[in-house]
Unconditional design. Sequence first.
Length: 409
Amino acid sequence: MAIQKKIVITMGLAGFASWPGTGWTADNAAADTLDRLEQQIAAQQARIDAQQEALNHEQKQLQATRAQLESLRGRGGPPQNSAGPQTAVGQAPSPEAANHPDTAAVSQQTSLLTPKGHVVLEPSVEYQYSSNNQVSLIGYTVIPAITIGLIDVRKVNQSLVIGALTGRYGLTNRLEFELKAPYVYREQQSSARPLATPSSQNEVFNASGNDIGDIEVALRYQFNQGGPGMPYFIGGLRGILPTGKSPFDVKYAPASSSQAGTLTQEELPTGAGFYGIQPSLTAIYPSDPVVFFGGVSYLHNFPSDINKRIGSTYIGRVDPGDQIQFNFGMGLALNDRSSFSIGYQHTFVDKTKYNGSAPPGAISAQLGQLLIGYSYRIGPTSSLNLSLGAGVTSDTPDVDINLRVPFTF
């Protein structure tokens, strides 16, 4: 019996390996296993190919992003301290709104100036408006509220529009050259009424002027390679050329009979009439998503020999007052395209001197301006920058709106 069972079991196993009617053998099993392995290898290879394709796509996007950052370096410049357009001798110039850095891109760059070999063209338009009320007393007071003499009440409204084209060229990645050519239009409306003399209506005098303004040239150098936790330090040197029409080149006319002895301008000047040089130092500290900035500058105006008689007054050597300016603020990145900034700018203007000494009526001026800015990147090589300045001192324009659209090539 034992032998018979062993034979049955053996025959059973042999029969299962080659059962009639099934068509399945041991060779078939090996072939199926090989097919399954080949399918697994093919599937894994397909996944590897897909991952390689995705990696190649990411690599192309990375290269495009790097190229975009290089093109954006030319417009992410530091605040530019400028003396602004000077209106007349003895009057404080109106400060130009500071150009805030592009907050969205600063923290990702090693250089904030125009890259080597690149050109930035920046058309801009600026509008300023100021209104002043002046009361002049010519006489003396006997007792309080009783005045013998002439009381002159005058209201003066001034509007200023500056259209400019600024070009910047990257000499190196840390050194750039700038040239700015402005065109200036000014308008002034004044109304006055002497209260101590008979007068039925206000005396109104309007004047305007338009011409090329003072051309500016500048060099800026970035001292270090800043970044997160390390501020950028940028030095600048700006030169002002008296290409605009100066206050001594315009025509003057006698005032009305009630204001005898005074002269009024028939045409308004568009430049200061003096050479100037302005060194500056700017610091920019990125702390994502905020960028802090601040700067200080000193404008030295060179004296000039006018040697001209205006009315009955002879004007010899004129030394316009120098200026000390500082600004500070912060910018906040709203997203990868837009940013918002707020800052403050203050300028101290020294007295103007005639023939080596300041006249009795000369005074210094304090110009304070609150600055609010917004920047939006239109494309990879252009952006739109809008800033609003509000005067916080009496000598500063009431409102200053500046629109800039830089293009990088």
